[in-house]
Every structure is written in structure tokens, then in C-alpha cells.
Design a protein around this ligand. Sequence first.
Ligand code: ZN
Length: 240
Amino acid sequence: MTLIALLTGAGISTDSGIPDYRGPNGLWRRDPGAEKLVTYDYYMADPEIRRRSWLMRRDAETWGAEPNAAHVAIAELERSGTPVRVLTQNVDGLHQMAGLPPRKVLELHGTARSVLCTDCGVRSSMADALARVEAGEADPPCLACGGILKSATVMFGEALDPAVLGEAMGIAKACEVLIAVGTTLQVHPAASLAGIAAEGGARLIIVNAEATPYDAMAAEVVREPIGTALPKLLAGYRLG
Ligand code: ZN
């Protein structure tokens, strides 16, 4: 059966009210003050950066966001029996909220819904950490060891998880169709995954408002809004 891989970026979540912070033109790249809040070395060195970082997490649009028509269409495709894997640059967890089984989603940049201790490595829930911030802890330490906690996302200056990246490359090689949705394909690893899929003979489909460096390699380029274009496109791949 045809394995469909979806490579998703910030553009798939903008209809859910989550802005593109991390992209080449995202807030974090345009505002050096904001970029420090998500840069590993600054974060680890400065309690004031961590205090502001926790407030930014508390106020993130992610917590009130709901999956949109594009997330739902992917979950429905999977439920129809079509083999689907999602490789996402997003940290918002909306693919899983839409009903996609967590094992079908590879989060290349981690998840904002968990926190990680930088000392002992223990993971816990972001909701619990934010409750401690609300209760007055400016920089809540790890409850197990007292170490510095951070969001379980890949910060600037941090490497991607090699196991996750390796699995993503395997899927890009093995899939018959790779649909890149809402990503500019300008940064690693999204760009290299699109390239690996196309070079491996997969049908590359790009759904993005703006041109990408891979448009010329693509079998199909769709410029329509994602919320209407993706459900239409995926309907053609549904079984049953
Ligand atoms: Zn710890």
C-alpha cells in the first residue's frame, strides 16, 4: 500500500491561530530579544531570560488552539486505512489533538506540551509547570533534582534528536508520496527531507502559499489556502 508522508510546517497551524515564530521571517528571527528566550546558551546562563521565557510559554497561543480542517483531513486519511506518517516541524501537538495516533507523528522540533530537566532528563507536563508559574514560581526547578527545566522543544543552539531525524529520513526514503504543507522548505531538516523523498522517486507535492526552492522538483504545486486545498487533495488518497 502507498505510504503517504506529510511534512508539515507552521503554515498548517496558522488557521488555528498559532503564528510562525521560528521560520525565516518569524518573530524569533526578527526580534533578537525574543530569540534569546529560545536560545539554549542564554536560557541556561540567565535566570531573567528563564523568567521571561516562562511568561512567554504561559501566554502562548497554543493552549487555546484547536486543530483546523487540514489537521482533521490528515487524521481522517489515516482512519480510512491509508498508511500515513507525519513529519512535523510544529511543536503544538495539534496533529495528535485532531485524532492522529501519536506513533504516527514525528515531532522534529520536539513538543511544547512537555518540559524536560536539563540536568536529570526527566520529562513532565508543561501544564503542571505552568501551574507552578501561575502560583508564583518565576523559574520552577525540576521536582526530582532541582535542575533547570525547559520546554521539550528544540531551542536555537540545540541539535535535533538524531533518532527522530534518522527515522524521518527513513520515512522520506520509503514513502511513495510526500506532501509538504505550510513549510517554506528553506531550513534543515524540512528541506533535506523533501529532497530525499524526491530523489528516492517519491511524488513530491507542495502545498504552500509562497514559492519554495523545491517547486521545480515537485510533481504538483498547490498555492490555494491549506484549509481548503489539503482536504481536497487528501480525499484522493483515502481508502474506503
Ligand atoms: Zn531533574
